[in-house]
Write a new protein. Structure first.
Lengths: 154, 206, 427
C-alpha cells in the first residue's frame, strides 16, 4: 500500500509541476517529511553486512552481487524504522551532474528494496555527488571505492 | 596633321592596352595563406609543370631531378641536350617549354619572397583576441628596390579599432624587406614595388 | 601629350595590373612588452607612492600572463612627463608600450591627483592620457582604474582588474568555506563556513548576492546570500534535491535544478513571486543550466541520449537543440559573453578538460591539458577562462587565455580550492 502511496505522491507532484506554475506550499509539506532529518537523532542499527554497493563510471545499474547483498539486508530492514541511502560518485566529470548521478544510484537501490517489499516511507534518499569521497586519491582504485551507495539503518 | 597625331595616339593607346592586358596574364595573381599552403602551392606548380612536359616530351623525369639536386646535375646536363635534340622536331614547342620553365621559375621566386615576407610579419604581428568577429584589413606597401619600405597605408581598415592598431603597430616595426634584392628587377617592379598585405582575424577557434 | 599618356598609363596600370596580395592569418606568439616607468612625485608627497602605483599597475597587467614587462633596472630613463620622454630609449629595448605618470597633491586632506600617459613606441604616438583624483588610502583602487584604462586601450577589451572571484575551499575533511576575493586573490572574505559540502556559487548580475548550494541540512539546498549584510535565505519548498542555481542576466529569476522524486529537471524560479516554472521534463538527468547572454536560451546537460551531452532550450518556445555530439562526456556548458560560442567540460579518453565550440561549427577545441579539469568560468570580457583542477589530492585554480598564449595558476590557498565563479563587471 505504501509504495503505491509514494507513487501517487510522485504522480501528483509531476502533474503539479507540469502545470506552468508550481505553487510551493504543497511541495514543501510533502518533501519536508522525505527530507527530514529526524532519523539522525535515533541510534544507528549495526549490521554485519557490508554497508556499500558499488557502481561503474557514469552508471547506476545494480549487478547480481549488489542485489544479493541488498536481499540479505531485508530482514535487518524489517527491524529498522528508517533506511538511509546515500549516493556518491567519483571525482571525474562535473559536480552538478555527479550530484544527479549519485541521486540516481541511491534511487536504484531504493527501487530494488521497494520491489522486495520494503515500505517506501521508511526510505530516505540523499546524494552528495562527488563532494564526499571515501578516498581522495586520483586513481582507478580510489574512484571505484568512491562510486557507491551507503546504506544505514536507524 | 592633328588628325594623324590623334590616330597615332589611338594606335599607341591600343598597343599599350594590348601589352598591358598581355602583361596581366604573365603576372601570377597570388593568394597566399599560410606557410603551409605555400608549400602546397609549390608542389602544385611543380606538378603542373611536369604535366605540361609530359604531354609534349616523353623524357621528363630529368626535369624533376634538375629541380631536386645538384649531385645529378652532370647527368641531367647531358640528358638535357638529348631532350633538346628531340625537341628540335618542333621548334615552337621548345619555345613554349622555355617560357613555361621561365614562368614557373618566376612564380617560384615570387612565392618564395612572399612566403618570407608573410613569415616575417606573422612573427611580429601581435594579434588582438577577437573570438567570433571575422575581420579583414588591407595594407598597401610601397617598396624601394633596396627593399626599404617607403610608405604603407591601411587602405581598407577593418571595423575594429584595436585590430587596425595592431596592424599599424606591426607595420611600424618593419623597415626593410631586403628579401626582394634577390629578385630580378622586372619581377620586383611587377610584383613588389606596390603590393598588398591582407590581415585576417578568423581562425582563432576553428 | 606625353603627360596625358603617362597619366593614362598610371591610371590604367593601377586598375589593370593585379596587385600581389599576401595574406596574413597567423599572429606572433610573442606578447606585447610594456614598460611601467615608476611614477614621478611632486615634492612633499610620500616618496614611494610613485613606484607603488606603477608597481600595482604592473602586477595587474601581468596577472593573466597577457603582457611582458621591462624590469625597472633595465630602463634607460625614468621620465614622468612627456617632455622627458624619448621614443628611442624604449625602441632600443624592444618595448611596445610605455606608461609614465606623476603624482601631485591636491590638498592637505591626503587627496592625490595622478596623471598618466601611455605611448605606442612603434607608432611613436601617445595613445592615452588621463588624470585621476583619489585618496591616499585607496592607492590600490586608483591603480586598478588606471590598469583597466590602459588594458582597454591596448587590447580593445574591457578591463577586468576590479572584478572578483567566488570559490569554495575544502580545508579539511569536514570544513567547507564559501569565499570571495578580488581577482588577484587579495581581500579574501569568508561568506559562510559549514561542516557539510558547499557547491555551485553564482554571482547575481548586480554583484550584490551569491547563490550557492549547501548541504548543511543534510541534503542539497539552494541559498542566496547578501554580500553586504551577510544574510542568508534558502529557496525553500522545492523537491528532494535543489541545485545548480544560475541568475538570469536581468537578475529577476534563477534557473535551477529540482529533483522531484528523483528526476532532476530544469526550472525557472522567479525571485519576485517565488514561483517555479518547469522548463524540461524528461526521465533522464537534466542539470547544469546557464543563460545565454540575451536571456532567450538556456544551455543544459542531459544524459537523455545515454551519455551527458549539451543541449539548449528556448525559454519561450521550449524548443530544444542538441549542441554536442563528439565524445561521450560534454557537460556544464556556459555561453561566451558574445553568445556565439560555448565552453564546457569535455571528457576524452578518460581525461576531463575544458573545451570550446563555436555554435556555428561542429568542432570541439580542447583548451587545457590536465586531466581533471572542471567548473570553468569566463572573464566578463571573454578573454580568459579560470577552471578548477587537481594536483595530487589538492585542488587549485588554473587559467588560460583564449588565444592559448598564456597559462597560469592562481595563488595557492591552504586547502583544496574549487568551483571558481568570476564576477560580472561593475557597471
Amino acid at each position: 500500500m505504501e509504495p503505491i502511496g509514494i507513487f501517487i505522491l510522485a504522480m501528483i507532484c509531476q502533474v503539479y509541476s507540469c502545470a506552468a506554475n508550481v505553487s510551493d506550499s504543497v511541495e514543501r509539506m510533502q518533501y519536508a517529511s522525505v527530507a527530514g532529518e529526524e532519523y539522525l537523532q535515533g541510534d544507528r542499527l549495526e549490521t554485519n553486512l557490508d554497508d556499500k554497493v558499488y557502481f561503474d563510471f557514469d552508471k547506476s545499474i545494480l549487478d547480481a552481487e549488489d542485489k544479493s547483498l541488498l536481499e540479505q539486508y531485508l530482514p535487518e530492514i524489517k527491524k529498522a524504522k528508517i533506511v538511509r541511502l546515500e549516493g556518491h560518485c567519483d571525482e571525474r566529470g562535473t559536480r552538478e551532474y555527479n550530484l544527479a548521478l549519485g541521486e540516481r544510484r541511491a534511487l536504484e537501490v531504493r527501487d530494488f528494496l521497494i520491489v522486495k517489499g520494503v515500505s517506501g516511507k521508511k526510505i530516505r534518499v540523499v546524494s552528495f555527488g562527488e563532494e564526499k569521497p571515501l578516498k581522495s586519491a586520483s586513481n582507478e582504485k580510489a574512484w571505484a571505492e568512491n562510486r557507491r551507495v551507503e546504506i544505514s539503518l536507524y | 596633321m592633328n588628325k594623324a597625331l590623334t590616330s597615332l595616339n589611338t594606335f599607341f593607346l591600343i598597343l599599350l592596352f594590348l601589352s598591358l592586358i598581355f602583361s596581366m596574364f604573365s603576372v601570377p595573381n597570388l593568394n597566399i595563406d599560410e606557410a603551409q599552403s605555400i608549400k602546397i602551392n609549390f608542389y602544385e606548380l611543380i606538378q603542373q609543370d611536369e604535366k605540361l612536359f609530359d604531354s609534349s616530351a616523353p623524357n621528363t623525369s630529368v626535369e624533376k631531378e634538375t629541380k631536386k639536386t645538384s649531385a645529378i646535375n652532370k647527368k641531367t646536363n647531358t640528358d638535357e641536350t638529348s631532350i633538346i635534340s628531340k625537341f628540335k622536331i618542333n621548334k615552337l614547342g621548345i619555345k613554349n617549354e622555355i617560357t613555361k620553365i621561365k614562368l614557373s621559375k618566376e612564380r617560384e621566386d615570387i612565392l618564395r619572397v612572399s612566403a618570407i615576407i608573410q613569415e616575417r610579419i606573422s612573427s611580429i604581428w601581435i594579434k588582438p583576441n577577437s573570438l567570433s568577429e571575422s575581420l579583414i584589413a588591407k595594407v598597401l606597401i610601397n617598396l624601394a628596390p633596396s627593399g626599404e619600405i617607403l610608405n604603407f597605408s591601411l587602405i581598407e581598415p577593418s571595423s575594429n579599432t584595436s585590430f587596425n592598431e595592431s596592424i599599424l603597430t606591426a607595420m611600424n616595426k618593419m623597415t626593410f624587406f631586403e628579401e626582394v634584392l634577390s629578385l630580378e628587377r622586372k619581377l620586383f617592379e611587377q610584383n613588389f614595388r606596390n603590393f598588398n598585405l591582407v590581415f585576417k582575424s578568423s581562425g582563432e577557434i576553428q | 601629350m606625353i603627360k596625358f599618356l603617362s597619366l593614362l598609363f598610371f591610371l590604367v596600370s593601377n586598375s589593370i595590373f593585379p596587385v600581389l596580395e599576401i595574406e596574413i592569418l597567423k599572429g606572433s606568439d610573442n606578447l606585447s612588452k610594456v614598460a611601467f616607468v615608476p611614477f614621478g612625485i611632486e615634492s612633499g608627497i610620500e616618496e614611494n607612492y610613485g613606484s607603488q602605483i606603477s608597481k600595482n599597475i604592473e602586477k595587474n597587467m601581468l596577472l593573466f600572463g597577457e603582457f611582458e614587462n621591462l624590469a625597472v633596472n633595465e630602463m634607460l630613463s625614468y621620465p614622468s612627463s612627456e617632455n622627458d620622454f624619448y621614443y628611442r630609449d624604449w625602441k632600443v629595448l624592444g618595448v611596445d608600450y610605455s606608461l609614465i605618470g606623476k603624482v601631485n597633491s591636491v590638498n592637505a586632506l591626503g587627496n592625490l591627483n595622478i596623471s598618466y600617459s601611455l605611448f605606442n613606441i612603434n607608432r611613436r604616438i601617445k595613445i592615452l592620457e588621463g588624470e585621476i583624483v583619489g585618496s591616499e588610502d585607496n592607492i590600490e583602487g586608483i591603480s586598478k582604474i588606471i590598469s583597466n584604462r590602459i588594458y582597454e586601450e591596448i587590447t580593445g577589451l574591457r578591463g577586468i582588474f576590479d572584478t572578483k572571484i567566488a570559490y569554495v575551499i575544502n580545508s579539511d575533511a569536514d570544513t567547507y568555506q564559501m569565499c570571495i576575493s578580488d581577482i588577484d586573490g587579495k581581500n579574501e572574505q569568508i561568506l559562510f563556513t559549514s561542516k557539510a559540502p558547499i557547491m555551485s556559487p553564482d554571482w547575481s548580475p548586480d554583484r550584490k548576492k551569491i547563490a550557492y548550494v549547501s548541504f548543511e541540512n543534510g541534503l542539497a539546498e539552494i541559498f542566496i546570500q547578501d554580500l553586504q549584510s551577510g544574510e542568508r535565505d534558502s529557496i525553500q519548498a522545492l523537491g528532494m534535491t535543489n541545485s545548480a542555481p544560475v541568475w538570469s542576466p536581468d537578475g529577476k529569476s534563477l534557473a535551477l535544478v529540482v529533483s522531484f522524486s528523483g528526476n532532476p529537471d530544469i526550472f525557472l524560479y522567479s525571485m519576485n513571486n517565488k514561483r517555479l516554472m518547469r522548463l524540461t521534463n524528461h526521465y533522464g538527468i537534466d542539470t547544469e543550466p546557464s543563460w545565454s547572454p540575451d536571456s532567450k536560451k538556456i544551455i543544459f546537460t542531459s544524459d537523455r541520449s545515454g551519455s551527458p551531452q549539451l543541449y539548449e532550450i528556448n525559454t519561450k518556445s521550449k524548443r530544444k537543440k542538441r549542441l554536442t555530439r563528439d565524445g561521450n562526456y560534454n557537460a556544464r556548458g556556459r555561453y561566451f559573453p558574445d553568445g556565439k560560442s560555448i565552453f564546457f567540460v569535455h571528457g576524452n579518453d578518460g581525461n576531463f578538460q575544458i573545451a570550446t565550440k563555436k555554435l556555428s561549427s561542429r568542432y570541439i577545441e580542447t583548451l587545457t591539458s590536465t586531466s581533471l579539469d572542471e567548473s570553468p568560468t569566463i572573464s566578463p570580457n571573454g578573454n580568459i577562462i579560470i577552471y578548477a583542477t587537481k594536483d595530487g589530492s589538492n585542488g587549485y585554480l588554473g587559467g588560460i587565455t583564449l588565444d592559448g598564449k598564456s597559462r597560469f595558476s592562481l595563488p595557492v590557498k591552504s586547502g583544496s580550492v574549487r568551483e571558481p565563479a568570476w564576477s560580472p563587471l561593475l557597471n
